[in-house]
Design a protein around this ligand. Structure first.
Ligand code: SF4
Length: 175
């Protein structure tokens, strides 16, 4: 896995404790074939952490699983924040891992947007703001539960949105 400064924004399910199959609640709908409470292990998850219906999820009514992307946050929560231990070793970790995943996934989502902005012909000020936001979202230090809890997500999301909105001129110029 990459260093915390340059996190991998692509999901690596082999390094994750199948968090998305456990921590989230599903409602039976066109996206999910069953009702499942948050923290309940999906009955389709096998003891090795693999989805037993992986290739048939769409046909069996689990298209929501295909659509979900943690953007690399799942493996980081498992390996970096919880050091490879998981809800399987200690069911008391399920809620804590879910809370960490929800924050880190949003951080990775913002990093993905900022990575796309890197390719634009930014001016000096924009490039500086971009670097500052990236450093804030991908600091040198590893993430811990405590640091994720204290992370100012709402304020950072506003700053990222404001920055990206200011880049609209690059798109209108190409029209
Ligand atoms: S259906 Fe498969 S991918 Fe979806 S939550 Fe259950 S085990 Fe995970």
């Amino acid at each position: 896995m990459n260093t915390p400064r340059y996190p991998d924004l692509t999901a690596d399910c082999s390094s994750c404790a199948a968090l998305c199959c456990v921590v989230f609640a599903f409602d039976r709908s066109e996206s999910f074939g069953i009702d499942k409470a948050a923290g309940e292990v999906c009955p389709n998850l096998d003891s090795c952490g693999r989805c037993g219906i992986f290739n048939d999820r769409s046909e069996l009514g689990f298209s929501g699983c295909i659509a979900y992307d943690c953007h690399g946050a799942g493996q980081r929560v498992t390996q970096e924040v919880f050091h490879g231990t998981s809800w399987r070793d200690n069911p008391g970790l399920t809620t804590r891992m879910g809370e960490a995943l929800s924050v880190l996934r949003q951080i990775h989502e913002k990093l993905l947007l900022l990575t796309a902005a890197e390719t634009l012909p930014l001016d000096h000020g924009e490039r500086q703001t971009l670097s500052e936001l990236q450093l804030h979202l991908a600091p040198d230090e590893s993430w811990t539960e405590e640091r994720l809890k204290k992370f100012p997500l709402a304020d950072t999301s506003r700053q990222v949105s404001l920055f990206l909105t200011g880049l609209r001129r690059h798109f209108t110029a190409q029209d």
